[in-house]
Design a protein around this ligand. Sequence first.
Ligand code: SF4
Ligand code: SF4
Ligand code: SF4
Length: 202
Amino acid sequence: MTLADSIDALLPQTQCTQCGYAGCRPYAEAMAAGQASINRCPPGGERVIADLAALLGVAPVTLDPACGTHHPFEVALIDEEHCIGCTLCIQACPVDAIVGANQLMHTIVTELCTGCERCVAPCPVDCITMVPAGRDWQDDDANAARTRFQQRNTRLLRRHDEAAGPAARTLANKPALMATTDPQDKQQRIAQALARARANRQ
Ligand code: SF4
Ligand code: SF4
Ligand code: SF4
């Protein structure tokens, strides 16, 4: 087991990127290389900082507020009435916790959600919110999330060319929907998108 493996084993594996790295593993590798401090993981909070300090033989430090704040575990929830089936959230989810298809309602598999919030910002109709999970994030959750993250990355690398087409199309649609700063115009565009999605469903 490498030092990066040992560090990675202590991280929560939500894959939220709040540490400034593309996931828990890249952050672990940066710490192992002496290139990152131990206080950049908001989901892990003080407990993970203490574990990292013990492993690396350094003094604990407080969480870097620039990375975010530690709070009780939350999960994402989609307001399915307003979902227009754009698939942007599926593309953003690092652990495949969302199911749905183009122009169909999307839903979150709560048991798989890490609470990373990466699906929230891309949603063009703001129909994803974070809600209290009502439980703590456990080591078993972290291990399962690590596996799902690795499986997803392997799949995306293997299917990159096939995946690039639809992903590029849906991402290209978002600026058109979000381009306006006029709230009334934006509401109209969203209402039109909703009407199109509902018509397609029928
Ligand atoms: S849980 Fe988020 S902040 Fe913590 S190491 Fe993983 S990706 Fe970085
Ligand atoms: S559903 Fe959203 S919050 Fe949950 S793991 Fe996926 S991207 Fe993160
Ligand atoms: S990003 Fe929002 S509108 Fe698009 S599929 Fe996901 S929940 Fe539905």
